[in-house]
Design a protein around this ligand. Structure first.
Ligand SMILES: [Ca+2]
Ligand SMILES: [Ca+2]
Ligand SMILES: [Ca+2]
Length: 370
C-alpha cells in the first residue's frame, strides 16, 4: 500500500509511504520516500515607461517604476527594490536599478533604466535695455548720435554686440522717426523689440535780412512796393507786411501795401513750416494827403486886364496876385475848399472848389460904384 501525499503546486517537503503484509500477516518494514517540491524560477521584472529618459536641469524626475511577476509568488511588485540615483546636477547619465527576489530566494535579472540629465534648453528671450533718452528731440540739421542699447540673455549673458539696430533718422528733414533694436539669442528666442522715437524739429526762426520800400515818402492811399529778403534753415513758408501776404520772387518776397497817413512802421513777419515766426519793425514810411496846385487868374470885369494885388485866400493861406493877376496856391490837399478873392474897391467873391488835381480858376472882379 502506497500513501502519496505530494502536492506539486505547493512548495514543501512531502513523504510517500510504502507498506506491505504477506498472506500470513507478516508486515514488511515500512519504507518512506521524501519528496521536496521547490521553486527555482526567478521572477521577471518589467519596466514601465521609457528607457532611456532625458530630462533637463531643473525638471523633477518622476520614476515610472516597474512590475514583476513570479511563477510561484505571483505579483510581487511591491517587493521591488528600486535604487534611484538621479540627481539634478551635474548633467550626465544616471541609472535607476530594479531588483526583486522571490520567496524562494531566486533573484530576478536586474533591470536598469538610464536617465540622461541635460542642460536646460533656452526658451527665454534676451532683454534689450535702451540707453539714453526716449523719446529724444534734435534740431534739424544737427547730427543725431544714437545712444544705443544693451542686451542680456539668461543663458548667454551680455550679447549687446549682437543687437541689430535700424536707424531711419533723417536729420535733414523735420519729422518723427523710429530707431529699432532687435536681437535673438542662439536658441532663436527673439527679444521684444525696443523702439526709440526721434523727433527732428525746427526751432530756428527765419532771419529777415532786409526790408526795402520803393518809396518812404508818399501820399495816403498810394501803393508801396515792399521787398523782403529772408532766409531759414528749413525754408520760409510765409512773409507778410502789414498783414498782407507777400509772394516769393527768387530769393525775395514782394508785395504791395497801401500807404496810411503820417509816419508808419511796416511790420514784417516771416514764418517757417514749423511755425517759427520772426518780426522786423525797422522800416517805416511817411504819407501825407495828396495835394495839387490851384492857379488863380484875376482880371477886371470891365477892362479884362489882370489885377495885381488881389488877395486870394483859401484855408489859412493867403496869396497876392502878381502883375499878371496870377496867384498860385501850392500843396493844397485834395478835397473841398472855400476860397475868396478880395481887393480894395472891388466886390469880394467866394466859392467852394473841389480839388482832385491841379486846377486853374479864372475870375473877374467887379469894381464897386462910387
Ligand atoms: Ca519563483
Ligand atoms: Ca535666452
Ligand atoms: Ca526754421
Amino acid at each position: 500500500m502506497t500513501v502519496n501525499s505530494v502536492d506539486n503546486t505547493t512548495v514543501g517537503t512531502y513523504a510517500v509511504i510504502y507498506d506491505i503484509t504477506d498472506a500470513s500477516g507478516n508486515a514488511a518494514t515500512q519504507v518512506i520516500r521524501t519528496v521536496y517540491v521547490n521553486d527555482t524560477t526567478p521572477p521577471v521584472i518589467t519596466l514601465l515607461g521609457s528607457n532611456p529618459v532625458t530630462i533637463e536641469v531643473g525638471d523633477v524626475y518622476n520614476d515610472a517604476g516597474a512590475t514583476t511577476v513570479d511563477n510561484y509568488d505571483g505579483d510581487i511588485t511591491s517587493s521591488i527594490e528600486t535604487i534611484n540615483s538621479v540627481d539634478n546636477s551635474p548633467v550626465g547619465t544616471y541609472t535607476v536599478t530594479y531588483d526583486v527576489t522571490d520567496a524562494s530566494d531566486n533573484a530576478a535579472t536586474q533591470v536598469t533604466r538610464t536617465v540622461n540629465l541635460v542642460s536646460a534648453s533656452d526658451s527665454t528671450p534676451p532683454i534689450i535695455t535702451l540707453l539714453g533718452p526716449n523719446p529724444i528731440t534734435i534740431e534739424v540739421g544737427s547730427v543725431y548720435y544714437d545712444a544705443g542699447a544693451t542686451a542680456y540673455d539668461d543663458v548667454e549673458g551680455d550679447i549687446t554686440s549682437s543687437i541689430v539696430t535700424v536707424n531711419s533718422v533723417d536729420n535733414t528733414t523735420v519729422g518723427t522717426y523710429a530707431v529699432t533694436y532687435d536681437i535673438t539669442d542662439a536658441s532663436s528666442n527673439a527679444a521684444t523689440q525696443v523702439i526709440r522715437m526721434v523727433y527732428v524739429d525746427d526751432t530756428t526762426p527765419p532771419v529777415i535780412k532786409s526790408v526795402t520800400l520803393n518809396t518812404t515818402n508818399t501820399f495816403i492811399g498810394n501803393d508801396i512796393f515792399v521787398t523782403v529778403e529772408a532766409i531759414d534753415n528749413t525754408g520760409i513758408t510765409a512773409v507778410e507786411a502789414e498783414g498782407i501776404a507777400l509772394s516769393p520772387v527768387g530769393d525775395n518776397w514782394t508785395g504791395t501795401i497801401t500807404a496810411l497817413k503820417r509816419t508808419n512802421i511796416v511790420h514784417v513777419s516771416s514764418s517757417d513750416a514749423a511755425g517759427n515766426v520772426v518780426w522786423d519793425n525797422s522800416t517805416s514810411y511817411t504819407a501825407g494827403p495828396p495835394t495839387a496846385t490851384l492857379t488863380f487868374i484875376v482880371t477886371d470885369s470891365k477892362t479884362n486886364k489882370p489885377l495885381a494885388g488881389a488877395i486870394v485866400s483859401i484855408k489859412n493861406i493867403k496869396v497876392i496876385t502878381d502883375k499878371n493877376g496870377v496867384a498860385e496856391i501850392t500843396n493844397l490837399e485834395f478835397g473841398s475848399h472855400k476860397w475868396a478873392i478880395r481887393m480894395n474897391k472891388y466886390k469880394r467873391i467866394s466859392e467852394v472848389v473841389t480839388v482832385n488835381g491841379d486846377m486853374t480858376i479864372a475870375k473877374e472882379l467887379v469894381r464897386m460904384q462910387r
